[in-house]
Design a protein around this ligand. Structure first.
Ligand SMILES: Cc1cc2nc3c(=O)[nH]c(=O)nc-3n(C[C@H](O)[C@H](O)[C@H](O)COP(=O)(O)O)c2cc1C
Length: 394
């Protein structure tokens, strides 16, 4: 089973990641990982950091002659912010000694991890909470998950995401989205992300993209922030990944956990999701047919999962991201030191990180799907797994 762990602080010297359980013999390059790292950095509504942040994960173990060896894969990614010493990060993040004159951060931002994190770990300075809770960590998460993504791709399973809504601007309903996304998904879900990447808000509709940019501009001007809703499509899945037999083996539950473990995510839907609660059953369930020697469904409103198992149709998952908590326009808070009511102070921040978060969401699903695949067809090497897949489909 593939497991990964990340380490590192937002303004520390580097992020580190270890991915364990990747079968031997998977072709892998640092450049493939960089594809998604670069995508994670692109999008309208970014803050200042992005101008100097050029992420690249260097692999230091687990790879030989361009293929995995079955052992843990270790990666490291420098934080350019740390290297640019003008902000004094080596002093602020000093491992050894507490330097004189380093200001403690005592104004917790509503909606961030600041207050609860400081209460939980008994800090009188919010800095350590900011450093680890910040979404900078998602850069290494994307790197780790990209390896699982390459594994899936080797077996024809593709993941692609796009933005459905930013604030008040978005698609009207399920059918409208399907008419645009489904024809792309027929070429594999990567066609969805490639088309979405053409837009700097990662929306498949040009007119909506323009309106989304306007919405971001307006909220930026008023010093506020925005979240939104995105959709991830996964194609090429065989029937029966996951299982109905036990709660923790249900694929939908596992996918939802991966999304909800990501910074700022507040909800997940599979298929019609919440809209299913507004419709009668005959407008929800996907009728079964038998064509060309196979079971098919007339629609995919269940989003490719029934009974916690993949149906063989594309998985369609939606997630909602809340607006960024750091805003130019302050909110009321309390100084942790003086206990006096005051206002938050602005730190450099994104206005809307949703276009970038889509890449994170695509990524975190990959290890879940890779593990479900390995559970069914698992082996120590790619060769073993290929043989298992072949045997199962003959
Ligand atoms: C890609 C991405 C970028 C983010 N950028 C920022 C940011 O610039 N400023 C900020 O305050 N929060 C940002 N967030 C959200 C915070 O990381 C998140 O709200 C915080 O860690 C608290 O966690 P929670 O929202 O899950 O409760 C970002 C999240 C993601 C996924």
């Amino acid at each position: 089973m593939i497991r990964y762990i990340t380490a590192g602080e937002s303004h520390g010297p580097s992020l580190t990641g270890i991915v364990e359980g990747v079968p031997a013999g998977l072709p892998l390059t640092e450049d493939e990982i960089a594809t998604h790292l670069v995508r994670r950095q692109q999008g309208y509504g970014r803050g200042g950091r992005m101008a100097f942040e050029k992420d690249f994960a260097t692999i230091s173990s687990g790879l030989r002659f361009g293929k995995t060896m079955g052992g843990p894969i270790a990666m490291s990614m420098p934080n350019r912010a740390f290297e640019k010493d003008d902000a004094g990060w080596p002093t602020v993040m000093n491992k050894k000694e507490e330097a004189e004159g380093i200001e403690k951060i005592t104004l917790p931002r509503p909606g961030h991890a600041d207050l609860v994190g400081a209460q939980k770990y008994k800090f009188d300075d919010i800095r350590p909470v900011i450093e680890r809770s910040s979404a900078r960590e998602t850069a290494m998460r994307v790197a780790c998950c990209s390896i699982a993504r390459e594994f899936l791709k080797h077996f024809g399973i593709e993941i692609g995401g796009h933005v459905l809504r930013i604030g008040s601007v978005g698609f009207e309903g399920w059918d409208e989205v399907r008419s645009i996304a489904d024809p792309l998904a027929e070429h594999g879900a990567e066609a969805i992300y490639k088309a979405a990447d053409e837009s700097d808000v990662r929306c498949l509709d040009e007119e909506l993209s323009e309106q989304m940019r306007e919405e971001i501009k307006v909220r930026r001007k008023e010093g506020s922030s925005l979240g939104g809703i995105y959709e991830i499509v996964i194609t090429g899945l065989p029937v029966g990944l996951g299982s109905y037999v036990h709660w923790d083996r249900k694929l939908d539950g596992q996918l939802a956990q991966a999304i909800m473990s990501t910074q700022a995510m507040k909800g997940v839907e599979i298929g019609l999701g919440f809209e299913a609660g507004h419709r009668p059953g005959h407008e929800v369930h996907d009728e079964i047919t038998y064509e060309e020697n196979d079971f098919k469904r007339r629609s995919n409103r269940m989003g490719g999962i029934e009974g916690g198992m993949s149906t063989g149709m594309p998985i369609i998952l939606r997630g909602v991201m809340k607006p960024i908590p750091t805003m130019l326009n302050p909110l009321s808070t309390v100084d942790m030191k003086t206990k006096e009511e005051t206002e938050t102070r602005y730190e450099r921040s994104d206005v809307c990180a949703l276009p970038r978060a889509v890449v994170v969401a695509e990524s975190v699903l990959a290890p879940v799907l890779a593990n479900a695949f390995l559970e069914k067809f698992g082996g120590d090497s790619i060769e073993d797994i290929e043989a298992n897949v072949k045997a199962a489909t003959q």
